[in-house]
Design a protein around this ligand. Structure first.
Ligand SMILES: [Zn+2]
Ligand SMILES: [Zn+2]
Length: 133
C-alpha cells in the first residue's frame, strides 16, 4: 500500500516541483507567486499542499527563516524533526542526514522530560565560503 503514500495530488506535486528546483529555501509568498503562475490561485490550496508535504517528509520548514525546503534525501524520516546546517555567510542550507532524535530522546529522558520532536539549526561556514574567503 506504499503506492498510495507516494502519490501526490497535482497541487502537492506543483509545490514540490517549485521547491525542488529552487536554489534556496523559499518563503510562502514566493511559493504562492510561483504556484499562481501554474494555475493554483487560492493560497489555502498551497498551504494545504505544503502541510501535507511536510507531514510526509518531502518538505521541511526552517523555522528561523520562516521558509520551506524540499528534502533531498531518499526516504527522510524527518516528518516532524529536522536538523539543518546554515551558512552564516551565504545562507546555504544543508540538511543533516543522520537523524539525531534518539540522542535527544535519551538526553531528555535523563531529566524525565518526554521528547517529542526538535527543529535544529546549526550555524557555521559552508565549504564554498571557506574556500572563497
Ligand atoms: Zn529530510
Ligand atoms: Zn556559505
Amino acid at each position: 500500500m506504499s503506492e498510495a503514500l507516494d502519490t501526490l495530488t497535482k497541487n502537492q506535486q506543483t509545490v514540490l516541483d517549485i521547491l525542488e528546483s529552487a536554489k534556496e529555501p523559499l518563503k510562502a509568498y514566493a511559493i504562492l507567486f510561483d504556484t499562481q503562475k501554474k494555475g493554483i490561485k487560492a493560497p489555502l490550496q498551497v498551504y494545504r499542499a505544503l502541510d501535507k508535504l511536510i507531514e510526509i517528509g518531502k518538505v521541511h520548514k526552517i523555522e528561523s527563516k520562516n521558509s520551506y525546503i524540499a528534502c533531498k534525501h531518499k526516504s527522510c524520516d524527518a516528518g516532524t524533526s529536522t536538523s539543518f546546517l546554515i551558512c552564516e555567510i551565504c545562507d546555504l542550507v544543508t540538511e543533516l542526514k543522520k537523524n539525531v532524535s534518539s540522542y535527544f530522546s535519551k538526553q531528555s529522558a535523563e531529566v524525565n522530560f518526554s521528547y517529542s520532536k526538535h527543529n535544529l539549526e546549526i550555524y557555521g561556514i559552508c565549504n564554498n565560503c571557506k574556500i572563497n574567503n
